[in-house]
Design a binder for this molecule. Structure first.
Ligand SMILES: Nc1ncnc2c1ncn2[C@@H]1O[C@H](COP(=O)(O)OP(=O)(O)O)[C@@H](O)[C@H]1O
Ligand SMILES: [Mg+2]
Length: 217
């Protein structure tokens, strides 16, 4: 489903990623671990098509994503990849509900079934009462859950999450991991998550560790 070949990335002449090779199969649930600053966010931004590597290629279903035009890339991201950023990136001028609906409406996927799915997810993650609030009226953990529902709402084939439970208490962490393992099992959604937590990483089917810009063997 996703293949990275000899990815390199530097910031200010400092190499953050050194020749990363990684293949993620369809239906896999991968956890990426590693110390703070080891390049986890950089790697998943490249895998998700948000950031260009200096060298190397990323393939989605065999297609070299560097060959996509900006429009194609935007379209692919909207229709195929749900991304949860470490900083959530909710749109401050939209309510929680409208943040969640944005990718669905942009992708012209809004229908009764999607609304029902969103209702179920928001209920499961205790967001139902908060849907009319704006991001600055929500706590970090609430924003994080809104960002998670936004990424899942249109049932993308691939979901990439950057420390998706970093702002959550252990009860909510369990609920989020329950949702992720369910969609991985039932919808065969491919999941790539970055996490610091051993417990969270174990929910997935494979763990890799980044160290010194490389995947530890
Ligand atoms: N946009 C950027 N400009 C300059 N340096 C950056 C940028 N993004 C990340 N870095 C640096 O690259 C390294 C890896 O960052 P990051 O991928 O965010 O690591 P992690 O997610 O594992 O904490 C860090 O040293 C960080 O300071
Ligand atoms: Mg990070």
């Amino acid at each position: 489903m996703i293949k990275a070949v000899q990815i390199e990335k530097s910031y200010n002449n400092e190499k953050v990623l050194k020749s990363i090779d990684l293949t993620v199969e369809e239906g896999e649930f991968l956890s990426i671990m590693g110390e703070s600053g080891s390049g986890k966010s950089t790697l998943i931004s490249i895998l998700g098509g948000f950031l260009q590597p200096d060298c190397g290629k990323v393939f989605w279903n065999g297609q070299d994503i560097s060959k996509f035009s900006q429009n194609q890339m935007a379209e692919m991201r909207c229709s195929r990849v749900g991304f949860v950023f470490q900083s959530f990136k909710l749109i401050s001028t939209l309510t929680a509900k409208d943040n969640i609906l944005l990718p669905v409406t942009l992708g012209k996927k809004y229908n009764e079934q999607t609304q029902k799915y969103i209702d179920e997810l928001t209920k499961e993650l205790n967001l139902t009462e908060l849907l009319d609030k704006y991001p600055d009226q929500l706590s970090g953990g609430q924003c994080q859950r809104v960002a998670i529902v936004r990424a899942l709402a249109y049932k993308p084939k691939l979901v990439i999450l950057d420390e998706p439970t970093g702002a959550l208490d252990s009860v909510m962490e369990q609920k989020v991991m329950g949702v992720l393992s369910r969609i991985n099992r039932e919808l065969k959604t491919t999941i790539i998550q970055v996490t610091h937590s051993q417990n969270v990483s174990k929910v997935g089917s494979r763990i890799i560790v980044l160290k010194d810009g490389q995947i530890q063997q």
